[in-house]
Design a protein around this ligand. Structure first.
Ligand SMILES: [Zn+2]
Length: 137
């Protein structure tokens, strides 16, 4: 994992802080903000398998935003050439887990919506429309 902050040079620290700040523009945050602005109220920390990015408790809807790399997006496949097997094994494991994370709440009458990171970045309006439509059902 990351080294403790004390070991960082001034420049490294600045870069590190910048990365922390950039977390705020992660795709799931962008999605949350847009839905919140539309008046939809969700919860974030609900004890459900897979820790969904958004939970609409009353509607029994959970939303996941899957990072394209870690969840094995077929469209954005970009596995590093070095240690390919290592990464592939990790991603495969995540994908098996994703099936479980989708099926478990479904079996308990939750609707599970999953979106790829690239959909949030490139097709945002459609994502919002899909979620909005589900929330109105
Ligand atoms: Zn993708």
């Amino acid at each position: 994992m990351d080294k403790p902050m004390d070991n960082l040079s001034e420049q490294q620290r600045r870069r590190c802080m910048k990365r922390v700040k950039n977390k705020n523009t992660k795709p799931e945050i962008v999605l949350r903000k847009a839905l919140w602005q539309k008046g939809f109220r969700y919860r974030l920390k609900v004890k459900l398998i897979g820790r969904p990015d958004l939970v609409f408790v009353g509607r029994r809807i959970v939303v996941f935003v899957d990072g394209c790399f870690w969840h094995g997006c077929p469209r954005c496949k970009n596995i590093p050439k070095t240690n390919r097997e290592f990464w592939q094994a990790k991603i495969d494991k995540n994908m098996v887990r994703d099936v479980e994370v989708t099926e478990t709440p479904r079996a308990d009458n939750w609707r599970v919506l999953r979106f790829w990171e690239h959909e949030i970045k490139r097709d945002f309006e459609r994502v919002i429309a899909e979620i909005t439509a589900q929330l109105k059902v």
